[in-house]
Design a protein around this ligand. Structure first.
Ligand SMILES: Nc1nc2c(ncn2[C@@H]2O[C@H](COP(=O)(O)OP(=O)(O)OP(=O)(O)O)[C@@H](O)[C@H]2O)c(=O)[nH]1
Ligand SMILES: [Mg+2]
Length: 407
């Protein structure tokens, strides 16, 4: 086994999560890279990628396990504003060109300018000349690649995805840079101001935003209440232990009010499935944002404004129905966007218990944190001396005999 493969591991548990942006002109080998890393065979012919695609891999470096989420956001200029969040959330960037294609090399400068403009300063950026196996067809000499990279202050590497040349070294470079957070004093400041990390190791703070050891705090959290509408209570369509979910949603709505945590409430096609059940609606704070959707995931265009306004808040506490449909799809979308997702096990359900159980497994495998409403509330409080402790305690006294207590 080659050295890169030996370091690529399952993504299940990890110390650090990194978003890596892979950009470059069409045909340079971005999809090929993803396929190689996920141990699939390379695309035999070029099939242009549409929209945004991603691959997630585990990567082990010196006893440190990272989860790399690689993003290929394709080349659609008109989507630039929408795509800029991928730049701002990146922990590392690969700008790829094809050494046999002059045009792809010329495009590198534009990509590099976007990176300079939109990405967090100090993150590792590597300009990568791909297809080094085709040296006979080379049109871009190595020294041009080096000097262009130099002019931006970026690293230069040549690789062949097809022949796995230079790729292990590239990955190792990127991951070690992201872990060490070298050259990232600006980001260090931003992170320490905006994101309170619960890690004793400050040297990695610049590259680490959220990982599965992160704790919840009030400044960086949002609540997502998904589709708990009248149909959920319809005796003709009984959802398994729905009472627990309604109680959790009421509690979270009240906590959102006390802690001033933004809360997004969705209703799936209310004409058919009804509106949010009245007990929850009555508990919602004035600042709640309610919207209707047809997409199963809560991550929709209608909700984009909410996510934009709260873009510094990357911990999403998720609950509602149905676990294997809207909750699961919301969870996966949020994870893709770099959120840490906290799924309330006592606050989600499906019609069938089996669907719910398997959905929980799927979300956990994808990297979500499983927890309960009460656990989240205590974590957000942190200290019994907190002035919000008493009012929260009142809410926590709600009768919970209906609680779902199984995974
Ligand atoms: N010889 C050689 N071919 C490669 C290498 N990497 C990718 N290719 C081939 O180049 C072609 C284009 O690769 P893709 O990965 O689809 O390119 P892409 O960057 O995803 O292109 P878009 O989706 O259009 O942006 C495919 O036929 C790949 O098999 C390499 O290292 N060497
Ligand atoms: Mg592609």
């Amino acid at each position: 086994m080659d050295s890169s493969a030996s370091k690529i591991t399952p993504t299940r548990s990890y110390n650090y999560h990194f978003n890596v942006l892979v950009i470059g002109s069409t045909g340079v080998g971005k999809t090929a890279l993803f396929k190689h890393l996920t141990l699939e065979s390379l695309p035999p012919v070029h099939d242009q990628t549409q929209g945004v695609s991603f691959a997630a891999i585990g990567y082990q470096l010196n006893n440190t396990q990272s989860r790399l989420q690689l993003w290929d956001i394709s080349n659609e200029e008109e989507n630039r504003t929408k795509l800029s969040s991928y730049y701002t959330g990146a922990n590392g960037v690969i700008i790829m060109f094809d050494i046999t294609d002059e045009h792809s090399f010329r495009d590198v400068s534009d990509y590099a300018k976007n990176v300079k403009e939109l990405c967090t300063p100090g993150i590792p950026v590597v300009i990568v000349g791909n297809k080094s196996d085709l040296s006979a067809q080379r049109v871009v000499p190595e020294n041009r690649g080096f000097s262009l990279a130099n002019s931006f202050g970026y690293e230069y590497r040549e690789i062949s995805v097809a022949k796995n040349i230079g790729l292990p070294q590239l990955l190792e470079y990127l991951v070690s840079q992201m872990i060490e957070g070298k050259n990232s004093s600006l980001e260090d400041k931003a992170v320490s101001k905006e994101i309170r990390l619960n890690t004793p190791d400050k040297s990695i703070a610049s590259s680490l935003k959220y990982n599965n050891k992160s704790r919840l705090n009030r400044e960086e959290t949002i609540f997502l209440n998904c589709d708990i509408t009248d149909l959920a209570k319809d005796p003709k369509y009984p959802l398994w232990k729905i009472d627990s979910v309604i109680t959790v949603a009421q509690i979270m709505a009240k906590i959102s009010d006390i802690m001033k945590i933004p809360i997004l409430v969705s209703e799936q096609v209310p004409k058919v499935f009804g509106h949010t059940v009245s007990e929850i609606k009555e508990s919602l704070p004035a600042h709640h944002v309610l919207y209707e959707k047809t997409r199963f995931s809560m991550v929709t265009e209608e909700a984009e404004q909410f996510f934009k306004e709260n873009k510094k808040r990357k911990n999403a506490v998720l609950y509602g129905t149905e676990a294997h449909v809207c909750i699961q799809q919301t969870c996966l979308d949020l994870l893709e966007r770099g959120y840490m997702v906290y799924v309330l096990v006592d606050g989600i359900t499906s019609k069938r218990e089996g669907d719910r159980t398997v959905a929980i497994k799927r979300m956990e495998q994808a990297g979500a944190i499983l927890t309960t409403a009460e656990s989240v509330i205590f974590e957000l409080l942190g200290d019994a001396k907190d002035p919000l402790f008493k009012p929260c305690l009142q809410i926590l006294k709600t009768d919970r005999t209906n609680q779902i207590s199984t995974l």
